[in-house]
Design a binder for this molecule. Structure first.
Ligand SMILES: NC(=O)c1ccc[n+]([C@@H]2O[C@H](COP(=O)([O-])OP(=O)(O)OC[C@H]3O[C@@H](n4cnc5c(N)ncnc54)[C@H](OP(=O)(O)O)[C@@H]3O)[C@@H](O)[C@H]2O)c1
Length: 280
């Protein structure tokens, strides 16, 4: 599908799943537990159908609460979560992942649409294997619709070939915005049909006054944040902007009625600092 024809309800097929992933997601990192369900409900009422959480955000239950009280059928909403650390002991990593499924969708046959290994960094290869195999098991049992990874670089994706039964992963969620384009990882994922989700697509709000971006925003009559989200969509990435403000939540979903010209896309491409993200 040409990216200019996208709408808020557009979705992409996912490897290993009958579910399709909406092309715009709503991130809930650093949304405190008491505020998270309300933020998700605001996003759902603005038309988002895709929410991105993680075990370490400590708000999976609140995402689940929003799913149950929003009035939409479970199947209408796509939810991603992530597991960061393996647990020592037989089966404990699997149980920890299952706990997330139950927090988000407590029904007997509840499920999560996409489950990611949160990061390969600060882990040993055996830990990465442990996490992935736990997700494979839940996927085989139907409690996860699709499995993927986050923050993986080509070397980690290559390493997976040594232990994964399901390969390649459906998704790699990485830091992506004009200033951090991770071209080697992007090229690798494109070559292998791994869908890229863009986290921190607004560069955490730190670059919204950059003159080149502001100039393009003025030209298209949209805000700098909307241009950054639209940039991801036109690159073929699935952006996951976060906001707690109703005005921003609505604005960030209003990115389907304009497009960025090829010249302006090239200008944004040119902002890349060509540095990878820093990991601990
Ligand atoms: N896999 C990973 O390792 C990883 C890492 C980081 C993030 N993520 C995911 O990606 C999501 C987004 O990343 P992020 O939360 O780091 O940052 P982000 O979405 O790039 O930026 C969020 C910041 O931008 C502000 N903002 C949002 N919309 C705006 C608008 N229209 N105008 C002006 N400011 C606006 C927000 O403030 P307000 O709330 O006040 O609007 C917030 O301060 C996370 O929530 C999480 O789901 C994943």
């Amino acid at each position: 599908m040409a990216r200019t024809e996208l709408t808020l309800t557009s979705s992409v097929p996912l490897r290993g799943s009958e579910a399709r992933m909406p092309v715009l997601g709503f991130g809930v990192y650093q949304i405190d537990r008491p505020d998270c369900a309300a933020a998700c409900l605001r996003a759902l009422s603005a038309g988002y159908r895709h929410i991105d959480t993680a075990q370490i955000y400590q708000n999976e239950e609140e995402v689940g609460a929003a799913l149950r009280c929003c009035g939409l059928p479970r199947e209408a909403i796509f939810v991603t979560t992530k597991i960061r650390y393996p647990r020592l002991g037989k089966g404990k990593t699997y149980l920890r992942a299952l706990q997330s499924v139950r927090k988000i969708d407590p029904r007997d046959d509840g499920y999560v649409d996409l489950f990611l290994v949160h990061s390969p960094h600060a882990l040993k290869p055996k830990d990465r294997k442990e996490l992935w195999l736990a997700l494979e098991k839940l996927h085989a049992e139907g409690r996860i619709r699709a499995i993927g990874v986050s923050n993986y670089q080509p070397e980690h994706l290559e390493e997976m070939k040594g232990y994964a039964t399901v390969w390649p992963p459906a998704v790699n969620q990485i830091l992506l915005h004009p200033w951090t384009q991770q071209r080697e990882t992007v090229d690798y994922c494109n070559e292998h049909g791994i869908i890229l989700q863009a986290f921190s697509p607004l560069a955490r709000g730190m670059k919204l006054r950059e003159p080149a971006l502001v100039g393009i925003a003025e030209k298209v009559g949209k805000s700098p944040a909307q241009v950054l989200i639209r940039y991801c969509l036109q690159k073929g990435w699935v952006p996951l902007p976060k906001s707690e403000k109703e005005e921003h939540i609505e604005q960030n979903a209003d990115v389907f009625c304009f497009s960025i010209s090829q010249d302006d896309m090239a200008t944004l491409d040119g902002l890349d600092r060509r540095q990878g993200p820093k990991f601990e």
